[in-house]
Unconditional design. Sequence first.
Length: 270
Amino acid sequence: VRQYRQDGYLVLEGFFSPEECDTLLERMAVIVERMDVPLHCRTEFCTEQEEQLKAQGSADYFISSGDKIRFFFEKGVFDSQGDFLVPRERSVNKIGHALHAYEPVFKNATHSPKVQELSRKLDFKQPVVVQSMYIFKQPGIGGEVTPHQDATFLYTEPLGSVMGVWIALEDATEENGCLWFIPGSHKTGITRRMARTPEGTFPRTQFIGSEGTYADEKFVKAPVNKGSGLILIHGEVVHRSAMNSSSRSRQVYTFHIMESENTRWSAENW
């Protein structure tokens, strides 16, 4: 607890077993095999206006995903007809944002007694799960995630009420895109927020403020092994991950817990 509060993140060894991770991996393989590709990925576009409509469809698909299970793809994985150019299991960037609500295997992991006990030890009084994601970090094409703070996207008043729980379902190494953190960077607030724009406008979200600039030497890597590595992420700690340049994926399941007691969830959150 002391180290988490000091650094803004914490690696916990031995939290989930490899067998527990395999259960999530196996269920996700079934979900991907059965997934429906969203309409905005299926339609051929050629004019500037139609490209705008495609972008609008993508934005609407994202902005309404908070209580659904939806699919978000890597760039360049569809042809002009919306058919896969790569195997479908290699096409997905992430799946979000309510696996914890509708998929029993993920719900059990999210609300497990171990996670509940962890929340109590960190003094959460009325914890709620606000979102969940399954991130694939595909071999060779899994994109870089630039430095950011989760509270930019999950804003609360007061700040400091959100914590990410990041579970490595496969080894997360420097080669395939492990997380990097700036220890202590959660103590100075946030530099930008992503907020909804007024109903009926496009784009559907905008950034207020701008991301800070951070020296590379301030980042500390946090490689973890399958199952044994669970990382707690304070909502305001600066973190990033590099592109996956290896031949191995880096699949993780992650969700965010918010302290709901005496906390206001921003109505401007996506």
